[in-house]
Write a new protein. Structure first.
Length: 639
């Protein structure tokens, strides 16, 4: 449920020690970094090269909101081309060398509209001026400077049709009408719409047509547990590459004969984790490699040229994870980004023909890596024998013994935590807390069986995996059993409420951020464009009618009498994924019982706080709340 990428970074502050509530073993001589500096908007993010490689576009704050800026390679002049003051711009693409298309919603309602503007700021236009309509990108049409393919639920709020739209005039034409069950549209390398994925709730079908004038025909139908996800066409547009777990546990990448509906060749698999991401060279028309994640991100290359590029970059930028962020169309110019668990990252410009490597920008130039804490991959075994992978962060300079701890389950829940920089984790570590993140059962990337082990287990074995992580920390004497808190967003917020309700003696405090409290009301209020997956939700979570007792047992709202720990709840008023009613009802029920509940609602936010000032308010309240109940450090006014 929570899928937005964290965009915040941090500054350094004043030197203090832990409060008197902290144990001797956790005292540190680290500076108390100002809270605002962790969560302020970074200097620049999302850098992308123009197709000809002559310009760089990026997001940079203006009046505290991310706006699109453009800079010519080799020039110091920066042109701001948008002027958003109410909401950050996060999504954008180059339409051609002179024009950029971007998407923006209103106050977190997720009804994204598409806009276009020239790179000098001229000719701005609202491409999709429709209220209550959500726009998505289907194909940027790299070889067409005037048009792209978008999806919209304009005709029917429940499903998305495909439109060809002119980025200069906003003229559009529907080229594919959704019959009511298509969840995904896919084009070939010529921009022709030739694949569709349908869903009836529990079954998925792969549809194909040889030309756009032909009707779609069903190639294969599987239960949603057996996945066959198209990745892209082969460069001759004859076959496709797919990620599939059919007849296996871990997803692998295959070359697939779509007309016959059968795999042709295993491209790559891994014994421990799913593999589903391909790397390719559009210029040379070759598949260059794959990426996959175990404890960290890894590469496997099929192509010596791409392998040599990666090796060159890693040799010249040692000590960091290195990724290619963007390439010019001719692949001679490359944007490179480095990152680590202690750095949000740095962008570089690499000229492949000359070998010139130029540093462009530190995403968070105020970052002091030597003041950040290490994020260490860990694993433990659940009570029923599953290996649970995760990450443990110990405050810098602290002995890993008898520490206050924040348990930080991820959202989704069908997502996963990854190694890398997290402003929340580093903020909490700087305040003196150890942080445990775990990929409980259901987390993606660990195979079909691990994923399916979460079905109808919200508040049950999924929560047990989190509890077992807490007990693992206690057994290792890392955690002070009396100073353990739990914080999470979306599904993670549900896990907070479930933890306080079902293991009330385990946690001293909880912070629920946009979390589900009542599985009945939550599923009844899902957005209309999720309706196509309702039956799948019922199989994965529970059917409100057939599994009524199960859902009542799992929903924290029906167990408020067991919650005793102080709770802080935060909610966006315009959240379409987890409605405000989810937070309202748990707060009201607990306050009626006299439980200490702090409640923050932001009227201009949705599923997660995007506006900088709202993030400041939320984390400042959380800092004081945790400090009061767990004894961590708290920034004082003017400090």
């Amino acid at each position: 449920m929570l899928s937005k990428t964290t965009l915040w970074c941090f500054l350094v502050g004043l030197l203090v020690t832990l409060t008197g509530c902290a144990s001797e073993t956790s005292r540190m001589e680290t500076r108390l970094i100002p809270l605002d500096d962790f969560f302020k908007n970074p200097q620049k993010i999302r850098l992308r090269l123009s197709p000809n490689g002559e310009y760089i576009a990026f997001l940079m704050p203006w009046q505290t909101r991310f706006n699109i800026h453009v800079q010519e390679i080799g020039s110091n002049e920066v042109a701001r081309i948008t002027e958003s003051t109410e909401r950050d711009i996060i999504q954008y693409n180059w339409a051609n060398n002179n024009r950029i298309v971007y998407a923006q919603d209103t106050a977190g309602d997720e009804n994204y509209r598409a806009y276009a503007v020239d790179i000098d700021g001229s000719n701005p236009i609202d491409l999709t001026p429709f209220e209550g309509v959500k726009v998505g990108l289907v194909d940027e049409l790299r070889d067409n400077d005037d048009e792209m393919l978008i999806s919209m639920n304009k005709r029917d709020a429940h499903v998305f049709d495909v439109y060809r739209i002119n980025v200069n005039t906003a003229e559009m034409e529907m080229i594919a009408e959704n019959p009511g069950n298509i969840s995904t549209w896919i084009t070939d390398h010529d921009g022709r719409l030739r694949i569709a994925m349908t869903a009836d709730g529990v079954n998925e079908s792969l549809l194909y047509r040889k030309t756009e004038s032909d009707p779609f025909e069903t190639i294969i139908t599987t239960n949603f547990k057996d996945t066959l996800h198209p990745l892209c066409f082969t460069f001759d547009n004859k076959y496709i590459y797919v990620a599939s777990n059919i007849d296996r546990d871990k997803s692998a990448i295959y070359k697939y004969d779509i007309e016959k509906g059968e795999p042709l060749e295993l491209i790559y698999d891994h014994p421990e984790v799913d593999v589903s991401q391909l790397l390719k060279s559009r210029k040379r028309k070759v598949i260059t490699g794959v990426t996959y994640t175990t404890d960290k991100r890894h590469y496997h290359f099929f192509d010596q040229e791409r392998k040599a590029l990666q090796e060159t970059l890693e040799q010249r930028l040692p000590g960091y994870e290195v990724a290619v962020a963007s390439m010019s169309k001719d692949e001679s110019k490359v944007l490179v980004v480095t990152y680590s668990d202690k750095s949000m990252g740095t962008y570089y410009y690499f000229n492949r023909p000359t070998g010139e490597l130029e540093k462009l920008v530190d995403i968070s130039p105020w970052l002091k890596e030597d003041e950040m804490a290490d994020m260490q991959p860990i694993q433990y075994v659940s009570r029923d024998g599953l290996t649970i992978h995760g990450y443990l962060t110990i405050p810098r300079g602290a002995e890993p013994k008898n520490l206050p701890v924040i348990i930080f389950p991820h959202g989704g829940p069908w997502a996963r935590d990854r190694w890398g920089f997290s402003p929340e984790v580093q903020f909490l570590a700087n305040r003196g807390y150890a942080i445990l993140q775990m990929n409980f059962r259901g987390s993606l990337g660990y195979g079909k069986a691990f994923w399916q082990a979460s079905f109808k287990e919200w508040g049950r074995t999924m929560q047990d995996d989190i509890t077992d992580g807490v007990n693992w920390l206690i057994e290792k004497e890392i955690a002070d059993p009396k100073r353990i808190g739990i914080y999470g967003g979306s599904y993670g917020g549900f896990a907070v409420l479930a933890g306080l309700a079902f293991t009330p003696d385990l946690y001293a405090v909880g912070v629920d951020y946009i979390g589900v409290s009542n599985l009945f009301t939550w599923m009844a209020a899902i957005p209309p464009y999720w309706e196509i997956g309702r039956q799948m939700f019922y199989e994965m979570i529970g059917d409100p009618e057939k599994d009524k007792e199960l859902l009542e047992a799992a929903s924290p709202i029906f167990h408020v009498d067991r919650i005793q720990a102080p709770l802080f709840v935060a909610q966006g008023a315009n959240d379409v994924r987890v409605k405000k009613a989810e937070s309202d009802q748990i707060v009201e029920a607990l306050r009626e019982r006299g439980v200490d509940v702090t409640y923050m609602v932001k009227e201009n936010e949705g599923h997660g706080f995007m506006n900088e000032e709202n993030r400041f308010d939320f984390y400042r309240e959380m800092e004081g709340f945790l400090g009061k109940h767990l004894g961590g450090r708290v920034e004082k006014p003017g400090q």
